[in-house]
Design a protein around this ligand. Structure first.
Ligand code: PRP
Ligand code: MN
Ligand code: MG
Length: 179
């Protein structure tokens, strides 16, 4: 799979070191608040799995799967819930865990949804942020790395469902996605 990469953007070591830092910050902020971590399927799975292991306080995990109609050229901003939470968010300190923020549509929808459901607080941690992709104003509370406006895969991020299982993040060679 490494042959398909134009460049390794973030090594496994860089990612794991950053996650430890994020884990410490989150531990301080959420100590004794029993936060609800919401992982956004499927991309956030590897990040969620590693992040929770570096957080040293009680927490609850749940997952949500949404699909955005805003992926095409024309962005409607509409998001469909494919799998909802099993947990009530009312009165909870919710931390949304994402692998990447691009347009910001997925997250802005989820933030509004959890506020509407009367969460006590709603914050966002993302491993990667691609600010050049933004269609709506959205600044994550915690960010691992800023990435350029390129086709990045690995560590949860897919191209046609592949590459999610890479332990690193890389930029795909154009010939790979151009077929
Ligand atoms: C990707 C990524 C984020 C979202 C970011 O998920 O994992 O969830 O897109 O894009 P946005 O900021 O433009 O909304 P995707 O919908 O591709 O599903 P996946 O996680 O299952 O790959
Ligand atoms: Mn996703
Ligand atoms: Mg995807």
């Amino acid at each position: 799979m490494k042959n398909d990469m134009k460049e390794i953007l973030l090594t496994e070591e860089q990612i794991q070191e950053k996650i430890k830092e994020l884990g410490h910050t989150i531990t301080e902020e959420y100590k004794d608040r029993f936060p609800l971590f919401v992982g956004v399927l499927k991309g956030a799975l590897p990040f969620m799995a590693d992040l929770v292991k570096s957080v040293d306080t009680h927490l609850e995990m749940d997952f949500m799967d949404v699909s955005s109609y805003g992926k095409s050229m024309v962005s409607s901003g509409e998001v469909k819930i494919v799998k909802d939470l099993d947990t009530k968010v009312e009165g909870r300190d919710v931390l949304i865990v994402e692998d990447i923020i691009d347009s910001g549509l997925t997250l802005s929808y989820l933030i509004e949804l959890f506020k509407y459901r009367k969460a006590k607080s709603v914050k966002v941690v993302t491993l990667l942020d691609k600010p050049e992709g933004r269609k709506v104003d959205l600044v994550p509370d915690l960010t691992g790395f800023i990435v350029p406006d390129e086709f990045v895969v690995g560590y949860g991020l897919d191209f046609a469902e592949r590459y999610r299982n890479l332990p690193y993040v890389g930029i795909l060679k154009p010939e790979v996605y151009e077929g």
